[in-house]
Write a protein that binds this ligand. Structure first.
Ligand code: PLP
Length: 294
């Protein structure tokens, strides 16, 4: 595996970062996860824009000029022999505060650390999409936006890891977070949707969630399907009464949910509107891919 580290590609064994990096010491950094379909990256500019927004929110300089990202991501896929006709690519960009003396002041770190890691993207097992996945409602609450906004895609991922530990202990696919007001928010790496009486519902951004790129596409596609979409403030009782539920993220796309704790969603099988949205997503995703290289 070849890893881009700061200014060049190095073999995986040489891709090492200092123990003084504030990403390691304090979780002081931001990241993005992207994917390709074949050689074309999905929503590339939107992911890069969100990376910039996250960095700006923590006052972090990204030392790579905007115009270079496209070539770097593609070189990373080429070197790792992914993102081609045979295998899709999973790409992760990490930008940390960089190496500096111990202490919280970002000025201690003169240069951010930039890493691009790329590997084969293995789609979720077909059985999950066929039968739907189960969720645990986490005891851990989603970060309070005024304390650490979920809109910052931060390398400080402990909030999500604590909730993930709960779902692992419960033997479920993932955990669903409530916020400080007991409202539904999102899962550890995905956004939440549910369908009631033919309307597609999803928690509003101000519930304290990441503004998922797949979430935005699914809202558009559901509306194109003629389904009303509402972004709102919801509780567990709304979800338990829902007919259908699904999750969205870049690598999973649209994943049906069949159970939340002990409660089946609908009849405990992925529902027809979820299937329609999945099919529309599959048929439309070419619209959201970068153009082929000239
Ligand atoms: N919510 C959280 C907490 C995430 O970490 C992610 C993706 O990593 C998402 C939602 C989905 O975002 P996207 O659709 O942009 O991949």
């Amino acid at each position: 595996m070849w890893v881009f580290l700061n200014d060049r590609f190095v073999p995986k064994e040489e891709a090492v970062v200092s123990v003084f990096d504030h990403g390691f010491l304090y979780g002081d950094g931001v990241y993005e996860t992207l994917r390709s379909y074949g050689a074309r990256i999905f929503m590339r500019d939107q992911h890069l824009a969100r990376l910039r927004r996250s960095a700006e929110a923590i006052g972090l300089t990204i030392p790579i000029p905007d115009a270079q990202w496209r070539e770097l991501l593609h070189e990373s896929m080429r070197r790792n022999e992914v993102g081609n006709d045979h295998v899709d690519a999973y790409l992760r960009i990490t930008v940390s505060r960089g190496e500096g003396e111990i202490g919280l002041d970002p000025a201690l770190c003169p240069r951010s650390t930039v890493v691009i890691m790329t590997k084969a993207l293995h789609p979720s097992p077909a059985v999950l999409s066929r039968d739907g996945v189960s969720l645990t409602v986490a005891q851990t609450r989603r970060n309070l936006p005024a304390a650490l906004s979920p809109q910052i895609k931060s390398t400080n991922f402990l909030n999500n890891i604590l909730a993930k530990r709960e779902s692992i202990a419960a033997g479920t696919f993932d955990s669903l977070f409530l916020n400080w007001k007991e409202e539904l928010t999102e899962c550890t790496i995905s956004n939440l949707f549910f369908i009631s009486n033919g309307t597609v519902h999803t928690p509003a951004l101000d519930c304290g969630i990441l503004d998922g790129i797949t979430r935005a596409i699914v809202i558009t596609l559901a509306e194109e399907e003629g389904l009303p979409v509402k972004e709102g403030h919801y509780h567990l009782t709304d979800l338990r009464q829902a007919a259908e539920c699904f999750l969205t993220n870049t690598s999973m796309e649209v994943m049906p949910v069949s159970r939340v704790d002990a409660f089946p969603i609908g009849d405990g099988r992925p529902g027809p509107l979820t299937r329609r949205i999945q099919a529309r997503f599959a048929a439309s995703r070419h619209r959201f891919l970068e153009p082929l290289a000239p």
